[in-house]
Design a protein around this ligand. Sequence first.
Ligand SMILES: NC(=O)c1ccc[n+]([C@@H]2O[C@H](COP(=O)([O-])OP(=O)(O)OC[C@H]3O[C@@H](n4cnc5c(N)ncnc54)[C@H](OP(=O)(O)O)[C@@H]3O)[C@@H](O)[C@H]2O)c1
Length: 254
Amino acid sequence: MSDVVFITGATSGFGRAAARRFAQAGWSLVLTGRRFERLQVLREELQGRVPVHIAALDVRDAEAVRQVVAALPEGFRQVRALINNAGLALAPQPAQQVALEDWHTVIDTNITGLVNVTHALLPTLIASGQGASIVNLGSVAGHWPYPGGHVYGATKAFVEQFGYNLRCDLLGTGVRVTDIAPGMAETEFTLVRTKGDQAASERLYRGTTPLTAEDIAEQIFYVASLPAHININRLEIMPVRQAWSPFAIDRDPQ
Ligand SMILES: NC(=O)c1ccc[n+]([C@@H]2O[C@H](COP(=O)([O-])OP(=O)(O)OC[C@H]3O[C@@H](n4cnc5c(N)ncnc54)[C@H](OP(=O)(O)O)[C@@H]3O)[C@@H](O)[C@H]2O)c1
């Protein structure tokens, strides 16, 4: 029987590209996300090649997560890799201008959602044992501060630390945990962050060479398919054309 990968946020970007990458290697797919019609299209594309199970899921809803995991059909229950990819940023403005509701949405998705899915699948992953993987999508924003990063970067710092702490508790189970921390990648991420501003999204990626969803999918697949004795703790990936800036200094007017 083929290995099973459970992907959150498979309707777009890294999650959808990861579904295609795992399918290419013959894995069975559990694909989740809120936009069910997109999951149907992806299932249509991939089910000729590998078994595909789709489920509409908002990761913020712990009970819904529990039900989706409990209702996994035969052939999809022994999950070997969990890709905790669902996530978003909102409100690129300075912290003091952001609606509290947007902060809550980001925290509920990137932290609570990731924790919900991890908790629901831990018993299965532990039963799978040696070579099972949890791959969490962190971000460079979890490590490096930048203006407008506020709660988004803080949720990704949580993802990094949660992964390390999980590793401590999972020692001896054979389950691996990885924080993949991408820099700038062109997906629907900026469209979501700007609440649908297509021009802003295009402006951000124009004139440079961002990472692609396929670049990150390749890394996700890589860490989940390494020999069972290897754990990549954290993998930070940037485009060559992205780097850090000097410290910003507040100066008196001249
Ligand atoms: N692109 C970048 O530059 C970048 C860099 C570093 C890290 N990341 C991280 O990588 C991950 C994937 O982002 P992406 O770039 O691929 O963005 P994307 O194209 O916008 O995809 C995000 C995915 O997350 C899902 N999602 C959002 N909220 C959800 C919820 N409440 N429940 C279930 N699914 C939800 C979306 O599906 P539905 O809307 O259909 O639910 C979508 O499939 C995120 O965690 C993001 O923070 C992105």
